[in-house]
Design a protein around this ligand. Structure first.
Ligand code: AMP
Ligand code: ZN
Length: 470
C-alpha cells in the first residue's frame, strides 16, 4: 500500500507500527449543525481508506471523536462557541443540540454507506482525562496560566511547524482566521488547553478543575481520545486539509510533549469540496446536506459515486449538473450489475483473466487510493468476456470497498405495497405481459423503457415478470 504522508509530503510505502494491526484516528464532526456534503466528502474518502486497508488484509481499529464542547468559530480559539451558537439558534440546550446532530450525522453516514468507526467518543465523556493530561503538561513546564486560561506554550516545542511547513508568521495569519487576537498569549500560536474565564457567561458545559470551573479547548480532545483508545503511538491520523495548520499542528505539539515520542506515522488529509464561493462551509454560501440532495431527487449513493470519481487529494468543484451526470452513470451501472446478478445461471469458475482484473482493482486502490481508476476497472469487468457468474463475484468483492450497493435491490417496504406508484407499476407490468402475449413487442419494449426511466427494472423469470427498483 502506498499512501501520501502529509508530514513528509511524499508518497510512502505503508508500514504500520504493529504488523497487520492498524490504528487509525479520524477527527469527527462538530455537532452544532448538520454535516454538509463537503464534510461528508472527507468521511467518504476516510471510509474508503479503512475499507481498502481491510481489503488488503489489515486489521483496522478506528476511533472517531464527536466534538460536543470547546470548538470556537476559529480553530485558533477565537470567536463564538459553535455549540452555544447552535443552541441559541434553535432555542435548545447545548446537550439537546449535540444529541440531535450526532444522530443526524450517523443517519447521513448510513445513507452514504460510510461504516461507523469501531469507537466513537464524545468529547464531553473525557473531561477527567483532559485534566490529568493538562496537569502532566503543566508539571513538564509546557503550559502557562493567563487571563484565567491555561495555554500551551508553543515556544517549548521546537518541531511546531513540522506538519504545516509554514513559518511562524504565516502560521500566525492562518491561526487568526480574521477574528480578534488574544493578547494574553505569549506567542500568537499558543492555544488554550482549558478555559476558565469564558467569554460566554451562559456557557452551559462547565466542569470543576484545578484551574477553576471551565471547559477544555478543542484540540485536546483528539489527543486525549486517541491516547486513551489507541495508546501512545498510532499509524494513521485523518482529517480535512484545513486541519493542518492549526488543529493537527496543535494536537502534535501537546501529544508529543506529553509522551516524548513521535505520535502518528502517517498523516492523511482530504482536500475540499468547493462551491461557487470556494471551500464549502457552514458559515458561507449555500450549505448542502444529504437531505437536500434527497429532496432534489438524488440518491445519496449517486453522491458517493460522484466523490469516488475524484481523488481525495484533489479539490472537487460541486455542481448539480455534475451530480446529475453522476446519478445517470451510477443508475446505468447499477442496472447492468443487477441484471448480471439476476441473469446468470452458470456456476462460478475463477479464471486467470478474472484474477487479473481483481489484481488491477487492488493495485489501483493500493496506489494512494485511486478510486476513480478503481471504478474504471469495474467497468473493465463489465466489458470483459468473463462469464456472468465470475463478473458478479468480482463486483461483489469490489463493492465491499466501493460500497455502492451495486448488487443490492431496493426493498419494497410494507407501506409501499399499496402506494399509487406501485399500483401504476403493476398495471404497466400487466400491460407488458399482455403486449408480449399479443406479440406486440414494440409496445412491450416501450413499457420496459418507461419503467426503466423511473428506476424500475423488469426481470422475466419462470414465475412471470418481476420488477424491482435499482
Ligand atoms: P467539522 O465538523 O467542521 O469539524 O468538519 C468535519 C470534517 O470535514 C473535518 O475533517 C474537516 O476538515 C472536513 N471539512 C470541512 N469543510 C470541508 C469541505 N468543504 N470539503 C471537504 N472536507 C471538509
Ligand atoms: Zn481532531
Amino acid at each position: 500500500m502506498k499512501l501520501f504522508n502529509s508530514m513528509t509530503k511524499t508518497i510512502e510505502t505503508f508500514v504500520p507500527y504493529n504488523g497487520p494491526e492498524v490504528k487509525m484516528y479520524t477527527c469527527g464532526p462538530t455537532v452544532y449543525n448538520y454535516a454538509h456534503i463537503g464534510n461528508l466528502r472527507t468521511y467518504i474518502h476516510e471510509d474508503i481508506l479503512e475499507k481498502t486497508l481491510n481489503y488488503l488484509g489489515y486489521d483496522v481499529k478506528r476511533v472517531m471523536n464527536i466534538t460536543d464542547v470547546g470548538h470556537l468559530e476559529s480553530d485558533a480559539d477565537d470567536g463564538e462557541d459553535k455549540m452555544l451558537k447552535g443552541a441559541q439558534r434553535e432555542n435548545k440546550t447545548v446537550w439537546q443540540v449535540a444529541a440531535f446532530y450526532t444522530d443526524a450525522f450517523f443517519v447521513d453516514c448510513e445513507k452514504l454507506n460510510i461504516k461507523k468507526p469501531d469507537i466513537i467518543a464524545k468529547a464531553t465523556d473525557y473531561v477527567p482525562q483532559y485534566i490529568e493530561f493538562i496537569k502532566t503538561l503543566e508539571a513538564k513546564g509546557y503550559t502557562y496560566f493567563a487571563n484565567g486560561n491555561v495555554y500551551f506554550d508553543i515556544s517549548k516545542f521546537p518541531k511546531y511547524t513540522e506538519l504545516s511547513k509554514m513559518n511562524l508568521e504565516d502560521l500566525r495569519i492562518a491561526h487568526r482566521d480574521d477574528v480578534e487576537e488574544d493578547l494574553h498569549k505569549k506567542n500568537p500560536q499558543d492555544f488554550v488547553l482549558w478555559f476558565t474565564k469564558s467569554k460566554f457567561d451562559n456557557q452551559a458545559m462547565k466542569w470543576d478543575s484545578p484551574w477553576g470551573v471551565g471547559y477544555p479547548g478543542w484540540h485536546i480532545e483528539c489527543s486525549v481520545i486517541a491516547l486513551s483508545n489507541l495508546g501512545e503511538q498510532m499509524d494513521i491520523h485523518c482529517g480535512g486539509v484545513d486541519h493542518i495548520p492549526v488543529h493537527h499542528t496543535n494536537e502534535i505539539a501537546q501529544t508529543e510533549s506529553y509522551t516524548g515520542k513521535t505520535w502518528t506515522k502517517y498523516w492523511w488529509h482530504a482536500e475540499f469540496l468547493n462551491d461557487s464561493l470556494g471551500k464549502m462551509s457552514k458559515s458561507a454560501g449555500e450549505f448542502l446536506t444529504v437531505s437536500l440532495l434527497e429532496k432534489k431527487a438524488f440518491d445519496p449513493l449517486s453522491y458517493r459515486y460522484y466523490v469516488l470519481n475524484s481523488h481525495y487529494r484533489k479539490q472537487l468543484a460541486f455542481g448539480f449538473e455534475n451530480l446529475e451526470m453522476a446519478q445517470t452513470a451510477y443508475q446505468k451501472l447499477k442496472r447492468k450489475t443487477l441484471a448480471l446478478k439476476k441473469d446468470h445461471q452458470e456456476d462460478l469458475i475463477i479464471t486467470e483473466a478474472g484474477n487479473k482484473l481483481r489484481a488491477a482493482f487492488k493495485e489501483t486502490l493500493a496506489d494512494d487510493l485511486n478510486t476513480a481508476n478503481a471504478i474504471t476497472v469495474l467497468y473493465d469487468v463489465l466489458k470483459s468476456d468473463l462469464l456472468d457468474a465470475e463478473k458478479v463475484s468480482i463486483i461483489e468483492e469490489m463493492d465491499r470497498v466501493l460500497s455502492l450497493d451495486l448488487l443490492k435491490e431496493a426493498e419494497v417496504s410494507e407501506e409501499d405495497v399499496n402506494s399509487d406508484e406501485v399500483v401504476w407499476i403493476e398495471n404497466l407490468v400487466e400491460a407488458r405481459v399482455k403486449a408480449k402475449a399479443d406479440r406486440d413487442f414494440a409496445k412491450a419494449d416501450a413499457i420496459r423503457d418507461e419503467l426503466k426511466a423511473k428506476g424500475i427494472i423488469l426481470t422475466d423469470t419462470a414465475e412471470g415478470c418481476k420488477w424491482s427498483r435499482i
